[in-house]
Structure formats: C-alpha cells, structure tokens
Design a binder for this molecule. Structure first.
Ligand code: KDG
Ligand code: MG
Length: 401
C-alpha cells in the first residue's frame, strides 16, 4: 500500500479543529486530529509545507518508521506545533492499519483490559452554590466523577474557575485579559469542596483543575487543605516546566496529583513518572505526538503506578477523543478519561462510533478508531481566529494559567 495524498482541513463547527486525512492507493483512508487551540494555522503550515511532501509514496503500514522519521528527521524536535502535526499523521496511519486489519483500534493495540471507561465532566458556577448544583445535575445524569470549579469572591470571572468564561472568548479579536489572585483563590477553594462533600456525599469522585496558577509551596498548601475532602486529583497545580518542583508538593500532601495536558513528549513526563511525583498523567493523543509515543508514555507510567487521565477537553476533536478511548480501553493502567462533550454541529462533522452512557465511555466496535469526517459539511464552518485568555495579577504582572 502507498500513501497517495494527504489533505489538511481547518473547520470551526463550534470551535476550530485541524484534521488530517490520508489517502492510499488501495482506497483506504485514515483520519487524524492535529488541533492546537489558538495556534491552529501554525500546525496547518507545518503539515502542508513540511510533512505532506515527505509522506507521498510511503508505505502507511510503517507507522513507527514514519513517526521516527518525522520526529528525529526534523533535527528540531519537540514543541506543541511539531508534535500536534506529527500526531495528526500518526492517528490517521493507525486508523488505516486498523481498517486494513478489520479491527477496532484497541484490538490492534493489544485488546480490551476492561469493559468501560469511567469519565469525568465539568461542573462550574459563578459561586459555590451554583457550582455544587451543577455537579449535582451531572451526578443525576449518571456521572460518577465530576471536576468542580467556582468563581472566586473578589475577582471578576476567570477562565477555568467560573463557567461564564470560555477558552475561545477573545475580545476585539485579541486574547482576553483576566485577573488572578492566588491568596483569594487559596482562601476560597477548600470551602468549595467542603460544600460539595456536604451536598453530594462521598459516593462520587471529585476533581479540581488549578490551571498551573500556583507555585510549588502554594500547591502544597492547597493539597493539604483539600485532604479532608479526598479528591480524586488536583490537576496542573503548578506550571510544570520545572519538574523538580513536584518534589516539594509531593513531600507535603497526600492529595493525588495529575499533570501533563500541555506536555509534548515522554521527556516532559519522565522525571515526574520515574520519581512517582504524580498519580495521573494527562498527556493526550494529539499534543503528545500521536498514539505511537503516547503508548510508550502509558507503559512507562504503568511501571511506576502512574495511571492515565488523558486530556479530553472539547478543543481536541472527536478523533482525538476516539483515539484516547481506544488507548484507555487497552491500557492496563487506565485511570479516568476527561469528557466535556461537543456541540451538535461538531458531532455532525465528526460522526463517531464511541458512546457515552451513565458516566462511562465505550469505543466503537467497527474497524479503525471509528470517526468519520464529513468534508462537505466541514466546509460550511470556516476557521475563526480565536485565542486562549491571558492572566494577570491584580498589579498587572503577567501570570501563568
Ligand atoms: O486549550 C486549553 C484547554 O484545553 C484547557 O484549558 C482545558 O485545562 C483544561 C482541561 O483540563 O480540560
Ligand atoms: Mg486542565
């Protein structure tokens, strides 16, 4: 079999997605996700100008060799643009291989390790009462795990804390600027989880995302304060470029730690995994560079009792979610899968065979990863430039988020 064409699509059915479609001389096609929220066009250029010409004429069965060629051969390794572009190709190649084998992707990876995947969804509110009610509504729908975030008293709405702000709501076509106060956040957050446990009881898993906004010692304080409420995890407590910072957090708290949604390679996670400084690795098929490298991260994590918690926000396309579901179905050390759902128009453009029932995800049983891409429909939703927000402290200092 030979690759005859590779097409790149950018569409915005509710939000922007970058999609790769690989064609072969035997008529089989494969679909991959290469979306990088807020920098979509950079990935498109990387793919169209640099990767597509290399692929034409190659044997799509040689997934490992193609991945190594694109990763090592560039000389300039790693980085979100490079790895999202390689991921789009890699997912499409696995899709083709599984279709050629007549197997669902998880079967090709080694077969199912479980019957269903527990997932968590997002409950947010402008205050504690609203956020806890939103969590209760999800539990009513059958979710067994819920991430809870609430607006912070004394601060205007902040992305990831208050449900009224979204990660694509730019102002004047430029990034929206938001305000952050660590002391206000640290004072308020334990009360959110106290109220959640009082209202929701103990028979539900509660998660929380800090969005990288603390320093290690502040994260240690929050982890300790949250211990009485037995969280499933505290996510992205600090910006993780400085991996050694997790030693300090770990030394102070037994609240389980999750990190990695912005990681691109196994090197970003190596120290955290091998020193058992985290409990869940959040890397995801698209930003990790595809199924080929993410499978290696999962295996390394398994050796050190670290479980998966693949990033599954709605700014990765349903193709990425499908690949995560197949990987999770196989992974012996699966932990949980994030699932925030998609707008209807996105699910029409990306029709899929995975399903979500009563807080659990199930892969499709057909060949491949199971997601089809409707090119004609996608063309009705052209790309719209959008940005993630930017965070500043109250004195104007630019801050992490
Ligand atoms: O593009 C950024 C989002 O994917 C991110 O903010 C979502 O933190 C997130 C999460 O945990 O889903
Ligand atoms: Mg997150």
């Amino acid at each position: 079999m030979k690759i005859t064409d590779v097409k790149i699509f950018v569409c915005s059915p509710g939000r922007n997605f970058v999609t790769v479609k690989i064609h072969t001389d035997e008529g089989l096609t494969g679909i991959g996700d290469a979306t990088l929220n807020g920098r979509e066009k950079a990935v498109v250029a990387y793919l169209e100008d640099h990767l597509v010409p290399i692929l034409i004429g190659r044997d799509p069965a040689r997934i490992e060799d193609i991945w190594q060629y694109l990763y090592r051969g560039a000389y300039w390794r790693r980085g979100p643009v490079t790895m999202a572009a390689i991921a789009g190709i890699d997912m499409a190649l696995w899709d083709i291989k599984a279709k050629a084998a007549g197997m669902p992707l998880y079967d090709l990876l080694g077969g199912a390790s479980r019957d269903r995947l527990m997932c968590y969804s997002h409950a947010q509110g402008s205050d504690i009462g609203e956020a806890v009610d939103a969590a209760g509504a999800l539990i009513e729908k059958g979710y067994r795990a819920v991430r809870i975030q609430a607006g912070i008293p004394g601060l205007p709405p902040v992305y990831g804390a208050d449900g009224t702000t979204t990660n694509t709501a730019s102002e004047n076509n430029l990034p929206r600027e938001e305000l952050w106060s660590t002391s206000k956040y640290l004072r308020h957050t334990p009360g959110l989880f106290e109220a959640a446990r009082n209202a929701l009881g103990w028979d539900v898993e509660l998660l929380h995302d800090v969005h990288h906004r603390l320093t290690p010692i502040e994260a240690a304080r929050l982890g300790k304060d949250l211990e009485p409420f037995r969280l499933f995890w505290m996510e992205d407590a600090v910006a993780a470029e400085y991996q050694e910072g997790f030693r300090q957090i770990r030394a102070h708290t037994t609240t389980p730690l999750a990190v990695g949604e912005v990681f691109n390679t196994i090197w970003d996670a190596r120290l955290l995994i091998t020193e058992q400084l985290i409990d869940y690795i959040r890397m995801t098929s698209v930003h990790a560079g595809g199924i080929t490298p993410l499978r290696r991260v999962v295996d390394l994590a398994g050796v050190y009792n670290v479980r998966t918690g693949f990033h599954g926000a709605m700014d990765m396309s349903p193709v990425c979610l499908a690949c995560n579901i197949h990987l999770g179905y196989w992974a012996p050390n699966f932990g949980i899968q994030e699932y925030s759902g998609y707008p209807d128009e996105a699910l029409e453009v990306f029709s899929g065979t995975w399903t979500m029932r009563e807080g659990h995800l199930y892969p499709g049983q057909g060949p491949g990863h199971g997601v089809e891409f409707n090119e004609e429909l996608a063309a009705r939703y052209p790309y719209e430039r959008s940005y993630l927000p930017v965070n500043r402290l109250e004195d104007g200092t630019l801050w992490h988020w």
